[in-house]
Structures are given as C-alpha cells and as structure tokens.
Write a protein that binds this ligand. Structure first.
Ligand SMILES: Nc1ncnc2c1ncn2[C@@H]1O[C@H](COP(=O)(O)OP(=O)(O)OP(=O)(O)O)[C@@H](O)[C@H]1O
Ligand SMILES: [Mg+2]
Length: 309
C-alpha cells in the first residue's frame, strides 16, 4: 500500500468562456469539477495503475466531503483529518481565444488539534505502508519544515518517501534527505540556487543531491522529458511527441509512475520509462490524475533513454 499526503487539496473547477476580460462581467459555461491537488492526482494515477492507495491530509466542509467520497468511490482508501474549514476551489478558465487562466485559492490553515490528529493518523498509517508520497503545497500558516518532520518520522519507521513540493517546504524537505525527489526544472533550480538548461548539466547537479544521500533525483522538463539520477545511473529520457490536451498534473502522473516502479522493484531505466509513459498518457487526458492504460503502453514503446555523460 502506498500512502499519499495531501495537506492542501482542492476541488479543481474547469470552466470555459469566450474571452476572459479583467474588470468586466465574465460569464462561464461548460463547468466541470473533479477532486484536485497534487497528492490527490498522484492517488488517482496510482489507482489507474492498479496500486493500493491510502490518501490522507486535511479536508473540510462539503468540498472536502466531495473529495473523500469521489476517491472512495474509485476504490481509494482515505484517512483524512477534517479541519471543519472548507477545502479550497481552484478555478481554471479556458477561454476560446486560447488563454488558460488559473485562479488558485489559498488553503485554510488547520489548527493545532487538527495537526495533532493528522500526525497521530500518519504514525499509524506509516506502519501499514511500503512507500510515502508527499505532494504539493502547505496550507497557509503551516511551518515550512513540516514535510521535513514527516520525512524524519518515516525514516524512523524505515519507510521511503518521495517528495514533490516547491519553494521553501521543498527546500527544507530536501535537507531531511527523502528517498526520492521529483522537482520540475524551476523547482530544481530553487533547491540549488542556480540555473540550468542542458540535460547533462542538470544530471551533474542532480548528482550533487544524490551524493548528499537522496537516492533518486528525477528532474522533469515538460515536453523535453526527464533526467533521472541515482547512485548507479545518470539518464535522460526524451518525452514522446504528442498533441497535449492537459499538461497540468503531468508531474503528478510521473510521481505515480515512479512510486509504482519503486514498490515493484523495477530497474532504473524501466522506472524512468514508466514515469515518462504515464505522464505522456496523462497529457492526453482532460481530467488531472486520470489516463488511459492503452495510451501509456503505446508511449512506453516509443521512449528513448540515453546516458548523461
Ligand atoms: N507536452 C508534453 N508532451 C509529452 N510529455 C510531456 C509534456 N508535458 C509534460 N510531459 C511529461 O510529463 C513530465 C512532467 O511534466 P512537467 O515537467 O511539466 O511536470 P510539473 O511541472 O511537475 O507538472 P505538475 O506539477 O503540474 O504536475 C515531463 O517530464 C514529461 O515526461
Ligand atoms: Mg509538479
């Protein structure tokens, strides 16, 4: 069983309008909602891969109940802490002139009792899990070192953690040496405080983190593909060419591909191909976290992997 942590989940609301005009009345149509937030996307993608998942974190109000029910309906176990404070809605407006505008609410801050409740449940769930995936941002007001604390608690139980966050929570988390990280290029540059472009330079810098003790560093480069460095290998996979429908959450699909590969002991190169194939399939799916297994297997045969020198 893989445990996913979503401290700041959301309902993703996608709407369509002709043209979004600031300062004007905008009427939306074609509204669709689905459970969202990075950890939730990872849970749903793992579920598509046939892995047993338990999703935990903070939810609140009717929006939170909706997320819990939708996950449970698809067969995902949940162990959320109810904060009593409404889970946020993230609005994604697709306008017919081609622009996509994301409007993200901040997440409500959980109080001390909720944090204690979460930590109690986390301790219990850690015993039952083979791998922990920590994804996404922290709700407002939470300590930037919170993910580092979760990584240390997992290490005490000898459980591996994949961390995929951003900014300070990610940087502090990296200091606690998780088993694996999957930053995109921007997040990777933030961790190291320098800019990169070529896969070889990225791989060399990822090697610095591997030498600090992070066993697996995957840096995702959007449509360019992914760099993957472990103590044994330094690889670059080109992403397959495709006409993307929705690339938001491709990184979450990649994390699910790696989590699957870790619990199934796939070899490094196979794990990288799995992650790139799942994330390519996710780019063809409108709804975050979902993809068609047929797309994944079709892409898996078309991914080229080379060594970074
Ligand atoms: N246009 C695309 N075509 C093919 N593959 C893509 C495309 N965009 C993304 N991918 C695949 O998805 C992986 C992750 O994408 P990206 O680097 O954008 O992640 P991310 O920024 O973490 O995304 P998010 O946080 O929204 O999930 C890439 O490494 C690549 O393999
Ligand atoms: Mg990401």
């Amino acid at each position: 069983m893989i445990l996913t942590i979503s401290l700041n989940p959301a309902i993703d609301k996608t709407a369509i309008c002709e043209r979004l005009m600031p300062g004007q009345l905008n009427r939306l149509s074609g509204i669709q909602i689905c459970p969202g937030g990075k950890g939730i996307n990872v849970s749903r993608a793992l579920n598509c891969l046939g892995e047993k998942v338990c999703a935990m974190g903070f939810i609140g109000g009717g929006n939170g109940e909706y997320i819990k029910k939708e996950l449970e309906k698809s067969g995902i176990r949940t162990a959320f802490t109810n904060t009593g404070r409404g889970t946020r809605i993230n609005l994604n407006v697709i306008s017919e002139d081609g622009f996509v505008t994301e409007i993200l609410e901040p997440g409500p801050a959980p109080d001390v009792l909720c944090i204690e409740d979460f930590l109690g449940k986390y301790k219990k769930e850690l015993k039952k899990t083979s791998l922990v995936v920590i994804s996404g941002s922290l709700p407002e007001g939470m300590d930037n070192g919170f993910y580092a604390k979760l990584i240390t608690m997992a290490a005490e139980e000898k459980k591996r953690v994949i961390l995929d966050s951003s900014g300070e929570p990610e940087r502090c988390g990296v200091e606690a040496i998780p088993y694996m990280i999957k930053p995109n290029l921007r997040e990777f540059e933030y961790i190291l405080g320098r800019h990169f472009y070529e896969p070889e330079d990225i791989a060399r810098a990822a090697g610095e983190l591997v030498r600090r003790g992070i066993e697996r560093v995957a840096v995702s480069l959007g449509s360019r593909g992914m760099v993957y460095v472990t103590p044994e290998v330094s690889l670059y996979a080109q992403a397959p060419r495709l006409n993307a429908i929705n690339t938001v959450s491709c990184g979450d699909a990649a994390v699910a591909g790696f989590a699957y590969s870790l619990v199934r002991n796939l070899k490094d190169e196979e794990a990288l191909i799995k992650a790139v194939a799942v994330s390519a399939a996710a780019a063809l799916s409108q709804e975050s976290g979902l993809f068609l297994p047929d797309d994944e297997s079709r892409f898996a045969g078309r991914i080229t992997v080379s060594e970074c020198t």
